[in-house]
Design a protein around this ligand. Structure first.
Ligand code: AMP
Ligand code: MN
Ligand code: MN
Ligand code: MN
Length: 277
């Protein structure tokens, strides 16, 4: 069976492998289709496309956008879009600039909590990529303030944590329209992360979202059943991926861990035709 994984991060955002390394890992693991979905960035896509050329691996250009939903975040995946679309690239650049300013504010909060991380070190850790909280967590580990990533999030930088500062987020309409106008399809990411997953899917479907990520490691079986029903009712595409960022505590690589059906890819590519002008 074809192996497919439509959700992963590279060094262009908060993953630890470069886009070419992700392509190499996908080939080693026998995958046939991947999508690169960095946070607020398309910068890794050209490298991934080039690395996959003539290998038999299909790379779908993608990204993961943070949208607002009241005080909470909903992440929307975009697939099959034009990685050079100017309107989208301009907006993403604005979002990344805001992330730099936001990281400085998180550093101030951590410093006032007695944790001596520096903005300069966080920039070094992020390298060329989008600055995201996992880079800040790494700096916190380095100064000995926490033992691991999870402790950094659980104690300090989770969404209600004492050092949290929000990112610049798009409204659901703006996020979905930005993806559509760049020729891509928009998918509600990881429904298990939201307090009312089915409510979020219905609301975002009202804003024009095309599908929902059903095959996701943390989606429990009962939720998958409910998502299947709502997807059938609303005509949504059923997609999936493992949200691979880095090796797990045992060195395991979770890329390709879900049985994502081929019709997820076929439906994405067919639906994207609607948005091409
Ligand atoms: P940011 O885009 O800077 O807000 O960082 C978000 C990233 O941090 C997510 O994509 C995850 O990789 C990670 N993350 C967010 N919340 C948590 C959490 N509670 N525990 C572990 N990692 C998290
Ligand atoms: Mn991430
Ligand atoms: Mn996400
Ligand atoms: Mn993700």
């Amino acid at each position: 069976m074809a192996k497919i994984d439509l959700h992963m991060h590279s060094t262009a955002s908060d993953g630890v492998y470069s886009p070419s390394e992700l392509v190499r890992i996908a080939l080693e693991r026998g995958l046939s289709v991947i999508a690169l979905t960095d946070h607020d960035s398309l910068e890794g896509v050209p490298e991934a496309l080039a690395a996959a050329e003539d290998t038999g691996l299909t790379v779908i250009a993608g990204l993961e956008l943070g949208c607002e939903n009241g005080p909470r975040d909903v992440h929307v995946l975009g697939y099959g879009l034009d990685p050079y679309d100017e309107e989208l690239r301009n907006k993403l650049a604005e979002m990344r600039d805001y992330r730099e300013h936001r990281a400085e504010r998180i550093v101030e909060k951590l410093n006032s909590l007695g944790i001596p991380v520096t903005y300069e070190r966080i920039c070094e850790i992020a390298g060329e990529g989008v600055i995201a909280r996992p880079h800040i967590a790494k700096a916190m580990i380095e100064v000995g303030a926490v033992a691991d990533y999870q402790e950094a999030f659980d104690k300090y930088i989770h969404n209600d944590g004492p050092a949290y500062v929000p990112r610049l987020r798009l409204s659901p309409e703006d996020g979905i329209n930005l993806i559509h106008q760049a020729g891509g399809v928009a998918i509600v990411a990881h429904p298990c992360r939201y307090a009312d997953p089915i409510g979020v899917v219905r609301e975002f479907a009202g804003h024009g979202v095309d599908g929902v990520e059903i095959f996701y490691p943390d989606n429990p079986p009962q939720l998958r059943n409910e998502l299947n029903e709502v997807a059938d009712e609303l005509g949504l595409i059923k997609t999936g991926g493992c949200d691979f960022h880095r090796p797990g505590p045992n060195g395991d690589l979770l890329m390709g861990c879900e049985d994502v059906p081929q019709n997820a890819v076929d439906s994405i590519l067919a639906r994207a035709e609607r948005y091409r002008v």
